[in-house]
Design a protein. Structure first.
Length: 325
């Protein structure tokens, strides 16, 4: 049997460059690899764990599916679907919650961060977030998960649930590993922290045109162009140069920085062009997809059917092994 891959992105607005480099590029790479069967979803149920707008949710979900397609995920090669269309995820999450302690969930760094961010919103669903994520992955018996490094604690929980289930009930869940990409940590354009939708001025959208990209890149804070140590915004700039123009280009510039000095206006102009060249085909495909809503509907419908078939088998097996007959 082929090894399986599962990944998902929450539906909190359009994708940005950080999602693209940190998750979608890994998804694309694994989709190309014939050794894997790939399942990629939009985690709409997870979106409900933090404040959201019920009136725009379904459009946000659709937007992520369209971004997936525009970026090159292909429904002939990957199962593309919406999490809530496969309600078996919820059933398995409940069964998994019986082998998961509350204390463990409360101590996860990801949970603590959300508690700090939304102290009024510490719900059961939030506490259960990692259990649902474990279900997302294990319901397909996926062994590889292309996600950013910030999701590592959730994968640890997933592995622990797999082990417990296998021990207690004799299931055969794999212990999934994270599939890391080169762009797993994309720095913020502000020069501090990571690129994030919730930090203004930190991100580039997949839909940004060349003038917008130029003006955002121009705002990366820099210095006099010369020095012995590369830090802060200059380091961020160099990381982007490496991601979009290659390691050699970065090393060349870093050598100049430490000797004769660099001119940021030229570097930034060239970098903005390189970023736009990567995004332009995605934007063109998106414009095409927006003209064909029936196609998008069909992808979503057929994805759910394919995903459900596998999910139902796993749930039937787990129910049986747990004594629910
Ligand atoms: N928690 C992930 C994130 O915030 C989204 C997600 C939900 C996910 N279920 C998943 C990622 C399953 C990978 C696999 O990025």
């Amino acid at each position: 049997m082929k090894k399986r891959v599962l990944s998902g992105i929450r539906a909190t607005g359009r994708l940005h460059l950080g999602n693209y480099l940190g998750a979608v590029k890994g998804m694309l790479e694994l989709q190309k690899n014939p050794e894997y069967e790939t399942f990629y979803m939009v985690a709409d149920l997870h979106t409900l764990t933090t404040p959201y707008d019920k009136n725009t949710l379904s459009q946000s979900v659709r937007d992520v599916i369209i971004d997936y397609l525009a970026a090159g995920l292909d429904p002939k090669k990957s199962v593309l679907f919406v999490q809530s269309h496969v309600p078996e995820h919820l059933e398995l999450a409940y069964l998994f919650s019986t082998v998961t302690t509350v204390a463990k969930m409360q101590h996860l760094p990801t949970f603590k961060e959300k508690v700090k961010q939304y102290p009024e919103n510490v719900t059961m669903a939030l506490l259960n977030y990692p259990v649902l994520m474990a279900s997302d992955i294990l319901i397909y018996k996926a062994s590889l998960v292309p996600v950013g490094i910030d999701q590592e604690p959730h994968l640890e929980v997933t592995r622990e649930i797999a082990r417990r289930m296998n021990q207690e009930y004799g299931t055969d869940f794999p212990e999934p590993k994270r599939f890391a990409t080169k762009g797993e940590y994309i720095p913020s354009l502000t020069g501090e922290g990571k690129m994030s939708k919730t930090v203004e001025g930190s991100y580039i959208n997949l839909t940004d045109d060349l003038p917008i990209i130029k003006s955002k890149i121009a705002k990366i804070p820099t210095d006099a162009g010369k020095g012995s140590e590369i830090v802060g915004g200059v380091k961020t700039l160099m990381e982007f140069v490496e991601l979009f123009e290659g390691l050699e280009e970065r090393e060349g510039l870093e050598r100049l920085y430490k000797t004769t000095g660099v001119r940021y206006s030229e570097i930034k102009e060239k970098l903005a062009g390189a970023i736009y060249r990567e995004l332009e085909p995605i934007q063109k495909r998106r414009a095409e997809l927006e003209k064909d809503p029936e196609y998008v509907d069909r992808v979503i419908r057929e994805g759910a059917e394919k995903a459900r078939k596998v999910a139902q088998e796993t749930v039937a097996e787990v129910r049986e092994k747990m004594g629910l007959r």
